[in-house]
Design a protein. Structure first.
Length: 365
């Protein structure tokens, strides 16, 4: 089933020349509550096995087929193989964490045992059949997103692979821990950034805001104090001066220094010595020499995709949180979707294993 669904999605790419739709899943199809440890873990195990099934199916595709299937002129198969190897290890860790408190669950101790478990039939009740069909589609599409990034990693760096041991992706967190991050702000006074920070304050949460220098400079021409009040208990870090590919900038160090100078002008705010390169694009030289820690992400909300509604955004985030069970979540405070989607997500996981990391303490780890 996994190979068949993946083939259908790949055919859509080849025949139309357009990327397959972004992965999302109607979480209301899952009939049980996620608001408890057993409930969250049971759903997590199901999503892990479904994604693992798609990953296993991808191994049956010939290397010669990948350029056409991904609609790319060339594909880095070594990078795809590295991604699959690393992902199997991550899936094993996720499944082990999700089954730790389950006495009747299988407990694979190795990737080989997890692969065997994936290949075993998993009967589902009639009640779960609508969820199963959508879940399979979600994970086929999500894997396509990930493999497309991996296939291009030798030409275009991204969050899919680190370039040094000092880079953070989110997989370094403990099971159940999630850090919210927002890119591309600040927006104008009273705009989407303000609505986002107010939503977080109301929910008793905070996040890291990776700030662009150009819009920050515009806001500082007004009142630095009002901007500090807007960020409140959140943290700020650098996204560079402009949203442009840093590997193509000869003066990228100057850009980072200028952005840091502007960040330092915001009074009474928690500033982190972190840098998120736009699009995750950077070089090995940059990763080794940058004077700020590079922080990427492992859960991409896709909130910039206009086809996703706020509810679909929340459903996508929930499914990826069930899959990876920890991570750094990428959002954008230039978009209104997060302010609409996150309150419901906070309520849904309030008594689950999910723990939202306070950005003010995370930097000290």
């Amino acid at each position: 089933m996994g190979r068949m669904l993946m083939a259908v999605l790949f055919c859509l790419v080849v025949q139309t020349g357009v990327a397959a739709p972004v992965a999302t899943l109607d979480r209301s199809l899952w009939p049980d509550s996620l608001a408890s440890h057993p409930g969250f873990n049971a759903a997590s195990r199901r999503e892990i096995l479904n994604f693992a099934s798609e990953l296993l199916a991808s191994e049956m595709i010939s290397p010669d087929e990948w350029p056409a299937r991904l609609a790319l002129p060339q594909v880095d198969m070594l990078a795809i193989d590295r991604y699959r190897t690393q992902t199997w290890l991550r899936l094993l860790a996720s499944y082990q964490a999700a089954s730790r408190e389950c006495h009747n669950c299988p407990h694979p101790g190795s990737v080989a045992q997890l692969r065997e478990l994936v290949m075993q039939p998993r009967p589902v009740s009639a009640q779960l059949e609508p969820w199963l069909a959508e879940s399979r589609q979600f994970h086929a599409r999500y894997l396509l997103e990930q493999l497309t990034l991996a296939a291009q990693v030798s030409e275009r760096s991204s969050e899919i692979a680190t370039l040094s041991a000092d880079e953070l992706t989110g997989f370094e967190l403990m099971d159940g821990e999630f850090l919210l991050t927002f890119d591309d702000g600040p927006t104008v006074l009273g705009g989407a950034t303000w609505r986002t920070t107010r939503m977080l304050a109301t929910a008793g949460q905070n996040a890291v805001f990776f700030v662009l220098g150009d819009p920050l400079a515009q806001r500082l021409q007004g009142s630095a104090e009002s901007l500090a009040r807007e960020y409140g208990d959140n943290c700020v870090a650098s996204h560079g001066m402009r949203h442009e590919p840093y590997p193509e900038l000869a003066n990228w160090r100057d850009s980072l220094r200028e952005a840091r100078h502007l960040l330092n002008a915001i009074p009474d705010v928690t500033r982190l010595s972190w840098f998120r390169p736009p699009g995750g694009q950077r070089t090995a030289e940059m990763s080794g020499q940058v004077f700020e820690r590079i922080v990427l992400w492992n859960i991409d909300s896709q909130d910039l995709n206009p086809s996703l509604s706020s509810q679909q955004l929340a459903d996508r985030l929930m499914t990826l949180m069930l899959l990876w069970r920890k991570g750094i979540i990428l959002l954008h405070d230039t978009q209104p979707k997060a302010a609409n989607a996150l309150p419901g997500l906070f309520r849904a996981v309030q008594t689950s294993p999910v723990r939202w990391v306070d950005c003010r303490s995370f930097a000290d780890r």
